[in-house]
Design a binder for this molecule. Structure first.
Ligand SMILES: [Zn+2]
Length: 705
């Protein structure tokens, strides 16, 4: 076992290993010069979001109060506040919601207000129609009189506000100039409480919200920004001083991650957490994550409760922790620990839900969102790649907070009832509903071989368009990168991933699949498509020709299918394997014996594997294209000239020749083949296996019988 080094000297802020640092002042007067109050708000928000220890993904909110003409040209006082669903790091001026301050000001005379009533009130107070919904934390912006207000959930403040001695520490740092507000769920009452506390104590510079975050302000954007950064910095320094005086601090990370057993076992985890809907995994094996997951006391430390209310809907109240012994005992024991761990976690989560749910709360998926694996790091799960990496990133914040809180002698987390009240709060869930996932293959992972061009590329695009995460396998690494980049640009980060793979090489196929598993945790769809072709009369077919055809088409499909079965069986949630064969597998084409015989081997391999996989829910089907000339790597080679010669026509006449030869008088395009592959890949063909679907425009000799 690798142990972190320990240092016994006092810790200073900025010292290597101490996870909470004072934030850097990023304000650039040149960039801010000449900006309107709203533009400056966007600029300052982006600076706050640029440091995730200040404002985490989607968390925190900022505002400014201005005067401007409304749609009638009447001078109006307006509050611009962050809209729900945007992120401070990237928010633009037009993504803030403008409310009429004169209307919103009427809330001050109200004693109480329910959440849904408040949401409706803000909708009516909108300065213009069609704006995003105002942040759920808008009351603290509208009820405080300051021009520019920041509300953030910084690591340093969360730690300070959840430490048992936090109040004492705050008094030492800010004296009477900071107001401490006990925990309360955000909304009307919290806003009102903050506003009246600040009114009672002029000279206040900040409000500390226990177990939650910070409110700071200024007369303009620059002043608000500096106040926020300075306050967080003061908290970070105080924490480091206090922690350093207490006891030694663990520095550094354990030696290299042990990825081999986890790589092979990850599909078991993905299968276990995907019982209700397919989930994608995100592995974070960096030093901080690995170091935290490898702490001997991690099981106790990680269970204390959520570090920040804002993380909850993405990370769940606690992570699942794998015992170190299971990791060290190898793949099978780790796979078993994943399955047993998920079952135990779900039971615990159901207990939590049962104890707290009102009669109308539908239970969330009980599977864990964060899994801590000693010697490895964190695995986060999510309905897609973006959701999984967001959960991992938010848990990085939790690691910083929990590690430092532990040095300060403990952590006073949200109670179970407070936790539940946030996790099942309709206004928090509204944020999630802003990013619906859709498509028949949402949350699924597909790997397509030979996907850098032609039919493979069309298949990759089609599966991605239906919601799949697609691994682009190809010998042509540059082409694969291009296709992956195109899919990411069209469908979002993490939706395409290129791997270099030569299907004739056993090690290359194994490493391509391993990389796909490391990236997404497993897969649901495997499309074996990589192909070549050659044409020659039998007398002039060389052994090299014959072997080459069989290496790529027969052996290549065998190697890909074997890796696919290994992953799918361990994942234990079925799967779809699709072979792209050829009409020539069914029909005896002239002068293409080597190619056609190898294609026939594919078809029979598919039938055999359909029988072998059936019990595990693994379906194996074949699509037979014919004469797909456009975008094809094959048809750019000598194959085109050879086929033309075989039929006694000019190569330029091939398209017309093939079209006239079909029953439907059509040419077959890569997209036509992709459509058939999609059918077999999706649940629409859930009860079909061992089947063949021709996409050839109709060739009577190839009608299956
Ligand atoms: Zn908040």
């Amino acid at each position: 076992m690798s142990t972190p080094e320990t240092a016994s000297h006092p810790v200073k802020p900025g010292e290597a290993g101490f996870p909470i640092l004072p934030p850097e002042d990023r304000w650039d007067p040149a960039s801010a010069a000449g900006l309107s109050a709203l533009e400056a708000l966007a600029y300052r928000s982006n600076l706050l979001g640029a440091d995730r220890s200040v404002a985490n993904w989607g968390g925190g909110n900022t505002s400014v109060k201005v005067r401007e003409p409304d749609f009638r040209g009447v001078d109006t006082r307006a509050l611009y506040v962050k809209g729900s669903g945007s992120d401070l790091a990237t928010i633009r001026a037009d993504q803030f919601t403008a409310l009429r301050l004169d209307d919103v000001g009427l809330l001050a005379i109200r004693e109480a207000m329910a959440d849904d009533e408040l949401v409706r009130f803000y909708e009516h107070a909108a300065l213009r129609p069609g704006q995003p919904r105002a942040s759920i934390e808008t009351p603290l912006h509208s009820m405080l009189d300051f021009t520019d207000i920041d509300h953030t959930h910084p690591d340093a403040i969360i730690t300070l506000c959840a430490a048992p001695e936090g109040r004492d520490l705050a008094r030492r740092v800010w004296g009477e100039r900071a107001i401490w507000i006990p925990y309360e769920r955000p909304g009307f009452a919290l806003g009102k409480r903050i506003a009246s506390a600040v009114k009672e104590r002029p000279g206040t510079v900040c409000v500390l919200l226990a177990k939650h975050g910070l409110v700071t302000w200024g007369a303009d954007s620059e002043a608000a920004y500096k106040a926020t950064i300075q306050t967080i910095g003061q908290a970070a320094v105080a924490l480091a001083e206090r922690a350093g005086r207490r006891r030694s601090f663990a520095l550094g990370a354990p030696a290299g991650a042990r990825l081999e057993p986890v790589m092979a076992a990850l599909p078991a985890l993905r299968g276990a957490v995907s019982a209700r809907r397919p989930m994608v995994l995100h592995l974070d094996a960096d030093g901080h994550s690995r170091s935290f997951a490898s702490r001997p006391d991690v099981a106790a430390l990680a269970q204390v409760g959520p570090a920040c209310p804002d993380h909850l809907v993405h990370t769940k109240p606690w992570p699942m922790v794998i015992p170190a012994a299971a990791v060290r005992a190898g793949t099978d024991s780790l796979a078993a620990a994943f399955r047993d761990g998920v079952a135990a976690y779900e039971e615990r989560y159901r207990g939590y839900w049962t104890r707290n749910a009102s009669s109308t709360d539908p239970e969330h998926d009980p599977a864990p969102r964060i899994v801590l694996i000693p010697d490895v790091g964190i695995v986060a799960t999510g309905p897609d790649s973006t959701g999984a990496s967001l959960a991992a990133a938010l848990y990085q914040r939790a690691i910083a907070v929990l590690s430092v809180a532990d040095l300060l002698g403990g952590f006073d987390p949200l109670t179970e009832a407070e936790t539940y009240a946030i996790e099942y709060w309709p206004l928090e869930l509204y944020k999630l509903s802003r990013v619906p996932r859709s498509g028949a293959l949402a949350g699924r992972v597909a790997i397509v071989t030979g996907a850098a061009s032609g039919i493979g590329r069309a298949i990759a695009r089609r599966l991605a368009a239906c919601g799949a995460h697609v691994v682009i396998g190809d010998r042509n690494a540059e082409g694969a990168d291009q296709v992956a980049a195109e899919i990411v640009a069209a469908h979002g980060p993490g939706r395409g991933h290129a791997v270099r793979m030569d299907v004739t090489d056993e090690a290359s196929v194994a490493s391509g699949f391993a990389e796909a598993v490391l990236r997404y945790g497993g897969m649901d769809v495997v499309v074996s498509n990589a192909g070549i072709s050659s044409s020659a009369p039998i007398e002039s077919t060389t052994s090299a020709d014959w072997n080459r055809q069989h290496a790529v088409l027969a052996t290549g499909y065998f190697l890909v299918a074997r890796e696919a079965f290994r992953v799918l069986r361990r994942q234990a949630r079925g799967g779809s394997v699709v072979f792209v064969a050829s009409k020539n597998a069914l029909v005896a084409g002239k002068n293409a014996a080597a190619y056609s015989a190898a294609k026939a081997a594919e078809i029979h391999l598919a039938r055999c594997l359909a029988e072998e996989g059936g019990e595990a829910g693994i379906r194996v089907n074949t699509v037979n294209p014919d004469a797909v000339l456009r975008d094809s790597g094959i048809w750019d080679t000598a194959w085109r000239d050879d086929r033309a010669k075989t039929y006694g026509i000019d190569p330029s006449e091939l398209e017309a020749f093939y079209r006239e030869r079909t029953t439907l008088k059509v040419n077959v395009e890569p997209e036509d083949v992709a459509e058939a592959v999609l059918f077999f890949a999706s649940d629409r063909s859930a009860k079909s296996t061992g089947n063949i679907l021709n996409v050839d425009g109709g060739v009577a000799a190839a009608y299956p019988r």
